[in-house]
Design a protein. Structure first.
Length: 427
């Protein structure tokens, strides 16, 4: 496990203190700043990943291309005082996902450009995800097809790394049993754990595909396999990790030296479950909606405090602004949230999939959030109100861990989540 963390970070001294590493999958500057504060305090590297729908060669939903995202993250690191060489940037679900409706060859050509852009920008960890069917494909792709497409993209990555003159070549994550990005959109009762045989077959078929393309050197840098440990979340509930169901799967790693499992959709797992996942070989824990869910909780709690202490005419009305924008621009939630009007309203705010996260960069929402911060920064938030709405942050302020400013409260709330992951990954 330490070897994999060291290969990711390039820092053997820091990795000696780690059993695993967590991955922050978010493009929100306040979330990333909070995660950097956590890693700075812990003295560990920080893995930040952007997904193929957030950041791509056309800008993704953030409006950023891979090189833009690198500059964006570096600017936050400089502001926080987090060393750039302690940052690890990863690309998540890189493949033809965004172009599934196109004929397979055209989708793969766009995926090649995507991979080239990520690697050329300096991303060190590349998750090759070619598990989805494209136009003209059968409903379920054979593992051999998935592996061949992944190897094809790996070849592009290797060429891009050589052209960019990168001092350190990228490492890769593979897998055919890849959970849906952002959590399940349908109600779940259980999740099937990846079978031992399926995991071994996946590695074998990918190894052959790499060898057939002359990528044996790159295969030595395949550090992780995405599998399903039996964790997931839907809109209103979480499927908790049951280690006894993953015993046979965990033993697979005895036959895969130098590799760990990468666990997606670990959001909202209990702290003890996160620790057990790392213990069982899931050395890379990914969290995305879980951290922005905490951000939304902090902002909405602060909006409730604002309603208590700021005159109506001066309030940000953040919650109303967010709801109005989500209704006016329903593309990021409408096909995911079902039910009557009240049920969908609850999901727009409270769903575990947290599709609110797609709206924080909207100009009207961003302006309202900033006005909320400015309003509360201009006063001293009464500590008894902080106790009412954010009790953990109340005690943090009482103990002197935070100064009680709006931004310190937001960072503290996000770090409640990040801190659980950090604790799970430490020796």
């Amino acid at each position: 496990m330490h070897n994999v963390v060291a290969r990711l970070s390039g820092n053997h001294a820091a990795s000696a203190r780690l059993k695993g590493i967590y991955s922050i999958c978010s493009a929100h500057p306040w979330v990333l700043g909070a995660a950097m504060q956590q890693a700075l305090e812990d003295g560990t590297p920080l893995l930040i990943e952007s997904t193929s729908n957030q950041v791509d060669q056309f800008g993704g939903y953030t409006g950023m291309k891979p090189a833009d995202f690198v500059l964006f993250v570096h600017a936050i690191a400089d502001r926080v005082g987090f060393a750039r060489d302690h940052l690890i940037l990863g690309g998540d679900h890189l493949g033809p996902n965004a172009w599934r409706s196109l004929p397979a060859e055209e989708a793969m050509q766009r995926a090649e450009v995507l991979i080239d852009a990520y690697v050329s920008a300096g991303y060190a960890k590349i998750h090759l995800d070619t598990s989805m069917s494209c136009g003209g494909d059968p409903a379920r792709l054979a593992d051999s097809v998935v592996a061949d497409r992944a190897a094809r993209l790996c070849a592009i990555a290797e060429t891009a790394a050589a052209h960019a003159g990168l001092a350190t070549k990228p490492v890769y994550v593979i897998g055919t049993e890849v959970p849906v990005p952002g959590g399940a959109s349908e109600a779940l009762e259980s999740v099937e754990v990846t079978r031992r045989e399926a995991a071994l077959d996946t590695v074998a078929v990918h190894r052959r595909a790499w060898q057939e393309r002359g990528l044996s050197d790159a295969w030595e840098r395949v550090i992780a396999l995405v599998v399903q440990p039996g964790v997931e979340f839907d809109h209103t509930k979480v499927i908790d990790y049951q280690p006894e169901l993953a015993t046979q799967l965990s033993r697979v790693l005895e036959q895969l030296p130098g590799m760990v499992f990468e666990a997606h959709s670990t959001d909202y797992q209990k702290p003890e479950a996160l620790r057990q996942l790392v213990h069982d070989g899931f050395g890379i824990l990914k969290v995305g909606p879980g951290v922005t869910f905490a951000l939304r909780e902090a902002l909405y709690a602060l909006a409730d405090i604002e309603a208590e202490v700021v005159v109506r005419s001066e309030r940000s009305n953040l919650r109303d602004v967010v709801e109005a924008v989500m209704l006016a621009k329903p593309g990021n939630w409408q096909k995911y949230y079902h039910g009557d009007d009240h049920g969908r309203q609850l999901l727009r705010t409270y769903s575990y999939s947290d599709r609110v996260r797609y709206y924080w960069a909207d100009p009207a929402v961003e302006a309202a959030a900033q006005k909320l911060i400015d309003n509360l920064a201009a006063i001293s938030i009464p500590e008894n109100l902080l106790s009412r709405y954010l009790p953990v942050q109340y005690w943090a302020m009482r103990r002197g861990a935070i100064d009680g400013s709006p931004m310190s409260i937001i960072q503290s709330k996000v770090r409640e989540v990040v801190g659980m992951y950090a604790s799970a990954c430490r020796v």
